[in-house]
Structure formats: structure tokens, C-alpha cells
Ligand binder design. Structure first.
Ligand SMILES: Nc1ncnc2c1ncn2[C@@H]1O[C@H](COP(=O)(O)OP(=O)(O)O)[C@@H](O)[C@H]1O
Ligand SMILES: [Mg+2]
Length: 123
């Protein structure tokens, strides 16, 4: 696992409990500072791969490293520095935009002023 890659997987494999093998030996090497297109037909396993990388699915086989560190043993530290959005944003529909942001403000321990800054950026 190299520091020059912000994300690396080696021989990542996965099967859902009631299905055939979905991922067979996925080797990703994403260089630091790059914009990476992860393409494939419907059902190829892109979402499954991303869920594994973020720990939303339990790794069954292979290695995942982010920022040069093994995900298994550095999960919290890694996730503190990762932003993710898989397929649809996770928002509380009964809260306003500002209230939703205040949830993330607490999680990431950001200063209060960030809410106005971020709302201004998306206006
Ligand atoms: N929760 C699940 N249970 C069983 N099979 C699933 C589940 N989610 C996805 N799959 C199957 O895994 C394969 C890969 O799906 P997915 O990772 O969503 O592909 P992609 O994002 O590339 O379209 C597909 O065959 C899909 O039907
Ligand atoms: Mg998908």
C-alpha cells in the first residue's frame, strides 16, 4: 500500500449473502490529487465497491487502504477525512438545509460560520 495513492484496493472480492460473487479481484489505485472516473455497466459492482471502501458493507476478502493506511485498522481516522455521497444524498427531509448542515457541523466539529458559507456557495 503506497502513500502516493489516496485510495488503493487489492484483490477485493464480495458476494451478497443470497447471490453469486459480485466483485472478483478488484484492484484500484487512485493517485493523490486526481479526478477518477469509475465506470462500468449497470450491475457491474461500482456501488458495492464504494460501499466496501467506506465500510458500509463488511469487507470479506482483499485489502482496502485510504491515505496509505489500512481501512480496517484506521477506520475512524480515515472517515474523518472523507466526504462521500453514494447515489443519493443522505438528508433529513423534515429539516431545512441549514438544519441538515448543522447536523454535519456537529459531526465534523466545524465552526458555526461554515453553514452560511456553504449555503452561499450553493445559492
Ligand atoms: N443488497 C443486495 N443484495 C443482493 N445483490 C445485490 C445487492 N445490491 C446489489 N446487488 C447485486 O450486485 C451486483 C452489483 O450491483 P451494484 O454494485 O449496485 O452495481 P453498479 O453500481 O455497478 O450498478 C448486481 O448484480 C446487483 O444486482
Ligand atoms: Mg450503482
Amino acid at each position: 500500500m503506497q502513500d502516493s495513492y489516496c485510495l488503493e484496493t487489492a484483490d477485493l472480492c464480495y458476494r451478497y449473502s443470497n447471490s453469486d460473487v459480485v466483485l472478483k479481484g478488484i484492484n484500484l489505485q487512485v493517485p493523490q490529487g486526481s479526478i477518477y472516473g469509475f465506470l462500468g455497466p449497470n450491475g457491474a459492482g461500482k456501488t458495492t465497491t464504494l460501499r466496501l471502501i467506506l465500510g458500509l458493507l463488511k469487507r470479506q476478502h482483499g485489502i482496502i487502504a485510504i491515505f496509505g493506511k489500512r481501512f480496517d485498522t484506521n477506520r475512524i481516522e480515515i472517515l474523518r477525512n472523507v466526504g462521500s455521497l453514494i447515489e443519493s444524498p443522505s438528508l433529513y427531509n423534515h429539516l431545512t438545509a441549514s438544519e441538515n448542515l448543522s447536523v454535519w457541523l456537529k459531526v465534523h466539529q466545524c465552526p458555526k460560520g461554515r453553514i452560511a458559507e456553504v449555503l452561499y456557495l450553493s445559492a
